[in-house]
Design a protein around this ligand. Structure first.
Ligand code: PLP
Length: 386
């Protein structure tokens, strides 16, 4: 392990990432990757993964008898792929509760696997209508899996997963939730939130490195899925779970150094504490809103529907506005901002992920204001419609 003084002497620049992941990491997490070479098939490595798996379940307050976590090597999309291809019994259908880009990705995954699915679409700036979700479940008794996204990172909207989960369970379906951009930030209780499976990758809420993804969920459902069709060789939930249970190992080579970083990040997560961490993200989010309000920018999503983690900001109606140029100006000064992901509206995003706090946001806005000035963008910001 490196001490903080040694790390400081290396002079690694601290970039402030306001994109929706990967997020800004602590130096101790960065340096946790620098370890003596080790073969991951050694017992030492397996015991680290065992602890890591149960700590991930603890993040969502799961009972360790009932819930487990399964690690994969890959980015967060892999988790959606794995849940969808692994948890659908033969002859059954998937319901996607879709109000954004990440649920659309799940629908595309169904398409690629040729699975029967219902893509229940809602406007991107509205929460799903629960009565329509229920009507779909009633109309299609063959729905065995309901999938949605907790926090639609593309817009910043938060979805009512507890209510959707309750409906899924009422109609006997398994509920999988993409919590990639909420887990380890917004408190989640897997049992109370009616979640059978949730997921994330290490570089978002955990503030660790890219390359490690994990699914947290109900052990008995995974065991039941042993008899479901195997639609992927590399990305099957039961096969990976079974290998872990029998050997303590990932089926194939794990991302070794990334796992060391995740271990360190989990230590830091528990040291900071769930409530304190959420309070910090909230401070960051409020600072973003405060600064945007001062400049006269508008949000795409109504405030009370926002997740508290991502703000989608509407482009001003100003001929001098040039997102690319503003991005480049900020990037050169250590601040990364991100384009939007909304089909019909031009937006950019500012996110409250990562090891940052409110003063970082105020530092960013000093640079952002300079950039607006350089480009002669009028402030307060101009919008054509009131
Ligand atoms: C980041 C993210 C993912 C995963 O995206 P990758 O590019 O595969 O890392 C999935 N779902 C949501 C909601 C996300 O925010």
């Amino acid at each position: 392990m490196f001490d903080l003084k040694t790390i400081a002497s290396l002079g690694i620049r601290r970039n402030i990432l306001l994109n929706p992941g990967p997020s800004t990491t602590t130096d101790t997490v960065k340096m946790a990757q620098v370890v003596p070479d080790i073969c991951p098939r050694e017992k030492e490595f397996a015991s680290m993964m065992k602890e890591l798996r149960s700590d991930l379940v603890k993040i969502v307050h799961g009972d360790l008898e009932k819930y487990t976590s399964v690690l994969f090597c890959g980015s967060g999309t892999l988790n959606i792929d794995v849940c969808i291809n692994s948890l659908l019994p033969e002859g059954k259908r998937i319901l996607i509760v879709n109000n954004g880009a990440y649920s659309s990705r799940a629908a595309e995954i169904c398409q690629y696997y040729g699975l029967p699915f219902l893509d229940l679409k809602f406007p991107e700036n509205e929460q799903p209508d629960l009565s329509k979700v229920e009507a779909a479940l009633k109309q299609h008794p063959d729905i065995a899996l309901v999938h949605t996204t907790h926090h639609e990172t593309g817009t910043g909207i938060l979805n009512p997963i507890r209510e959707i989960g309750a409906l899924a369970h009422k109609y006997g379906a398994v509920f999988t939730v993409d919590t990639t951009s909420s887990l380890a930030m917004r408190p989640i209780d897997i049992e109370k939130d009616n979640i059978d499976f949730c997921m994330a990758s290490a570089q978002k809420g955990l503030m660790a490195m890219t390359g490690l993804s994990f699914i947290i969920g109900n052990r008995s459902i995974i065991e039941a899925s042993a008899h479901y069709p195997k639609r992927s060789y590399y990305c099957n939930l039961f096969l990976q779970y079974d290998f872990f249970e029998k050997t303590g190992q990932m089926h194939f080579t794990p991302p070794v150094q990334t796992i060391y970083a995740a271990r360190q990040a989990l230590n830091e997560y528990f040291a900071e504490g769930e409530d304190a961490k959420w309070a910090r993200h909230t401070r960051v989010f409020n600072a973003i809103h405060e600064e945007l309000d001062q400049l006269g920018f508008r949000d795409y999503i109504q405030r009370d529907l926002q997740s508290g983690l991502v703000v989608s900001v509407l482009y001003p109606d100003d001929p001098n506005w040039d997102f690319e140029k503003i991005h480049d100006y900020c990037y050169q000064r250590g601040f990364t901002i991100y384009p939007g992901k909304i089909s019909h509206t031009d937006t950019f995003r500012l996110c409250a992920l990562g090891a940052i706090d409110a003063p970082d946001i105020h530092d960013f806005f000093r640079v952002f204001r300079e950039a607006l000035g350089e480009l002669h963008v009028t402030t307060p910001i101009i919008y054509k419609e009131n």
